[in-house]
Design a protein around this ligand. Structure first.
Ligand SMILES: Cc1ncc(COP(=O)(O)O)c(C=O)c1O
Length: 432
């Protein structure tokens, strides 16, 4: 009898957590690594949030609490959602989780039977794809392309909808591209979904980057489009908006109370509840009047970095990068660089079983890390299905400007270092 259940062969992972040991290995040779791989803001959580957590711990608020989330936090979330999305949800529609992530897998488990189809953005947050086969559902990637600045046209979505479609995942502003859909695009997507899908199909709208938007754009949610609140799950959290990834507080707002209670049942089965002192910190984050200006200032800092780095990236021969409208990532096309250093040919020469687990952009990513000490993420880390011939990197701008500029210089140097790339390939290590 095998040790592991068969389904374990079908689960994926988030490579952002896999690259850490490689960075440690490179840094231990004595050259510091420029880390542009990070998916968390390089800020500290606001002092009023930290003070509230300390106050709550001091008053011993560290016992089991409501598995759906403490009422005061759910009330604050409902108020915030109603104000920003023009909806009328109640605290009973809200369920709180340890971060934005758990509700992705929970939604797949709650709504989908084996064989059901899940449409999700690619490139997209890796957990969308990694969980689908684990629960026996069928992954249907919605490929977002560079020409539309990584948004999508309703026809692209329409072409993927079938009678088996059960869940449609959307994410604007997007990780890893920073793509933001316009009002017209969201409205057209909503019309497509409402006209083509059965009423029990759900849209999981991941809005975790809702407060990191550039160029004066407001956050728009597909849940605000007519008819959509009945079928949309809004997911968000405190990791990105408040630079508080370790706090592990996120939430989903469900179309019905019954569905929110189904998510609560998952909470009870997996972890009972989210630490109450952190939930009070999250409530304070939403209620404190200083939070709005604080988030706006963080977003302005990311916007300044975006503008500075975009030009420098686009100046590299073989790189073209779109201007992201939000989040804190740039997603350059590095097809020209892969060709220049020989990564396309090197990939073609690999044995088929290695080719299945890597890509030219992955080879360049690992080469840049091991030979030029700069860490970034590759295209495959954001959905691997159907990505042959797509050569991109994700560059996180969650680092100060000087670090970012040095990182871009190192990427440019890696792109010019064809000989070094040949040596890297000849060593035959770290190819995946
Ligand atoms: C699009 C997206 N959704 C969800 C998450 C998960 O956030 P959390 O750390 O709060 O679980 C992330 C984190 O990177 C993300 O980028």
């Amino acid at each position: 009898m095998p040790l592991y259940a068969e389904r374990m062969r079908r689960i994926g992972t988030e490579n952002a957590f896999k690259i850490g040991p490689h960075i440690v290995a490179v840094a231990s040779r004595g050259t510091p690594v420029i880390k542009l791989n990070l998916g968390e803001p390089d800020f500290s959580a606001p002092p009023w949030v930290k003070e509230e957590i300390c106050r709550q711990v001091a008053r011993d608020n560290s016992h089991y609490c409501d598995p759906k989330g403490i009422l005061s936090l759910r009330q604050a979330i409902a108020r915030q959602i109603n104000t920003t999305r023009g909806l009328s949800v109640t605290p009973d529609h809200v369920c709180v989780f340890p971060g934005g992530k758990p509700s992705i897998g929970f939604a797949q488990q709650i709504y989908c039977n084996p064989g059901d189809e899940i449409i999700y953005p690619s490139p997209g947050f890796p957990i969308y794809e990694s969980f689908i086969r684990y629960i026996g559902a069928v992954p249907v990637p919605l490929h977002l392309d560079e020409q539309s600045n990584f948004t999508c046209a309703p026809e692209q979505l329409a072409a993927l909808i079938s009678p088996k479609t059960k869940l449609i995942i959307l994410n604007f502003p997007s990780n890893p591209t920073g793509g933001v859909a316009t009002h017209d695009q969201l409205s057209a997507l909503a019309e497509t979904i409402l006209s083509r899908c059965a009423p029990d199909v759900r849209v999981y709208s991941d809005e975790i980057y809702e407060n990191i938007l550039f160029d004066g754009q407001p956050h728009l949610s597909i849940a605000s489009m007519p008819g959509m609140e009945k079928i949309t799950i809004i997911s968000s959290g405190f990791s990105k908006s408040f630079a508080w990834t370790g706090g592990r507080v996120g939430y989903a707002v469900l179309p019905t109370v019954e569905e929110a209670d189904a998510f609560k049942t998952m909470n009870i089965n997996y972890f009972s509840c989210v630490p109450p002192y952190n939930q009070e910190g999250a409530r304070e984050a939403l209620e404190n009047a200083q939070s709005g200006p604080w988030m706006a200032q963080m977003a302005r800092t990311f916007e300044t970095r975006r503008d500075a780095i975009l030009a420098e990236l686009n100046a590299i021969d073989g790189v073209s990068c779109q201007k992201p409208g939000g989040a804190f990532y740039l997603f350059p096309n590095i097809g020209g660089v892969c060709k220049r250093v020989g990564a396309l040919d090197a990939y073609d020469d690999l044995p088929p079983e290695t080719r299945r687990t890597t890509s030219p952009a992955t080879l360049f990513q690992m080469f840049a890390l091991y030979h030029h000490q700069v860490a970034v993420m590759d295209r495959r880390s954001f959905g691997a299905i159907g990505t042959d011939g797509l050569h991109y990197l994700r560059i996180s701008i969650a680092a100060d400007l000087e670090t970012l500029q040095e990182g871009v210089r190192r990427l440019a140097a890696a792109g010019d270092d064809g000989e070094g790339f040949q040596r890297f390939m000849a060593q035959g290590e770290h190819l995946v």
